[in-house]
Every structure is written in structure tokens, then in C-alpha cells.
Design a binder for this molecule. Sequence first.
Ligand code: HEC
Length: 116
Amino acid sequence: MKQVQFSNVLRALLAVGLTAGALAVQAQAVDVAAAEDLIKVNKCGKCHSVDKQKDGPSFQKTAAKYKGKADAEAKLFTHLTTAPTIEIDGAKEQHQKMKAKDDAAIKNAVKYILSR
Ligand code: HEC
């Protein structure tokens, strides 16, 4: 009798653990629609596309450049929030800052770019 109750408790704990795990995975997933929307609203498409080189690198190229780098997200977050100096056709200018309601929205866009 005791044995049965113990295994029920174990099973319940396992179920809770699995649910928490699934939620954690969901929290990390990219919200593609939100990212594409933010990129559109910010008019990043003037210089970037997912797969074509424009004045700026394609998001696929950027994703390849940062593949396997642990600091990729931090680097791109800085890139999009601090207006670093860039060069377009030999002319120096400041990169556009991404405008968003909060940092989480920018981080989501960064994850989107890195997963192209
Ligand atoms: C006026 C053109 C222009 C606009 C607008 C622009 N970018 Fe860029 N972006 C560039 C150029 C040029 C580079 C390459 C800079 C370099 O490699 O020095 C770049 C680089 C990048 C990179 C790669 C950075 C890296 O470290 O490799 C990302 C990601 C990026 N831009 C995202 C965006 C997003 C998101 C927006 C909209 C908020 C945006 N850009 C708006 C021109 C632009």
C-alpha cells in the first residue's frame, strides 16, 4: 500500500516537472510574427532582408557569422541599442537604433535574426 502511494507522488512530481520544462522551452521560442512586425515598423528592410545582401548584410549572413558564438545575442542587442558607427559605400554613419516597447521585444528580434 505504502509503495503505491509513493509511486503516485513520484508520478505527480514528474508531471509537474515536465510541464515546467515545456513552459521553459516555450518562453525561449522566438515570436516570429512579433519580430517581423518590429523589423517592419523600424524599416530595417531598407537595408536588410532575410536572404539578400542590401546596404546591410542579410539576416542569414549575420546568423552564419554568429553561429555557435555564446555572446551573439549580447553583441546584436548592443548593435541595435547603441547606434554604432557603420560604413555604407565608404561613408560613415550611425546604425539605426531599434525602437521597441521594451528590451524583451528587441531580444526577441535578435533571436529571430540569429535563427534565420
Ligand atoms: C541605412 C541602412 C541600415 C538600416 C536602416 C539598418 N541597418 Fe543594420 N546594418 C547596416 C549596415 C551597413 C550594416 C553592416 C555594419 C558593419 O558590418 O560594419 C548593418 C549591420 C546589421 C547587423 C549585423 C551586426 C553585426 O554585428 O554583424 C544587424 C543584425 C542589423 N544591422 C540589424 C538591423 C535592424 C534590426 C535594423 C532596424 C532597426 C537595421 N539593421 C537597420 C545598415 C542598416
